[in-house]
Design a binder for this molecule. Sequence first.
Ligand code: MLT
Length: 272
Amino acid sequence: MHYIESGAGTPLVLLHAFPVDARMWNPLRSRLEEQARVITPDQRGLGESSLDGTTARGMIEPAAAPLTVDRPSVDVAAADVLELLDQLELPRVVLGGCSMGGYVAMALLRAAPQRVAGVLLVDTKAPADTDEQRTNRLNVASRAEQEGTGSWLAENMVPNLLGSATREKRPEVVGDLRALIEAQPADGVAWAQRAMAARPDSLETLRAFDGPAMVAVGAEDTITPPAAAREMADALPRGELVELAGSGHLPSLEAPDALADAVRPWLAGIDV
Ligand code: MLT
């Protein structure tokens, strides 16, 4: 699994949203790295992680090692993260995830809560998909496989991912996000959509986690809106809710100062 790492201090693993990769965390990383060892993996099939979950893309000889792809599942994505923690010899970390990364973080909490010293859920939600959402995801997965991930995916998603303040006033953020989306391999996009479509409800998982928990949400998020964040914060026994003004679904890109200001004191109180 490919990952980016920087900083020193509390081990903080941040899982990225769909359909981007670990680079979405760079603005937050640079604001936290004096306090935290920030580790940001690319989920399998996205960024530089291969779809078979073993190596970085391009490092495997197809003839020598035929591709075997695990069934799309957030549990598989969580198992990849656990394998990375083992490889880095990290028994416990603070675990964060944005949107899809939050779904994977909740899957990891279900599988191995003892590895999680605290959880940071950013613009994500606990419920499983409705039938309509599932159908949409499966359609996007098929379209990605048939057409690749040209500009259509970014065109469909950018208006929903970013808040209106960002779209209207920060063209450089819009451009960076488009480039990140267009860089994602079609097979990884399809796998991620099918994995999200199959995920279960996670409210009980949150109710069972009694460690420190921060739930952050962009006030302008329409994909996983503040009400979804409130539901998670209420379910978590030690949940704290932070609403970020002027941000949509991706506050690491849209409001990194406000997100870092909220995370720093919370992180300082966690004993890993
Ligand atoms: C994401 O940002 O990861 C996705 O929009 C989440 C989703 O499609 O549910």
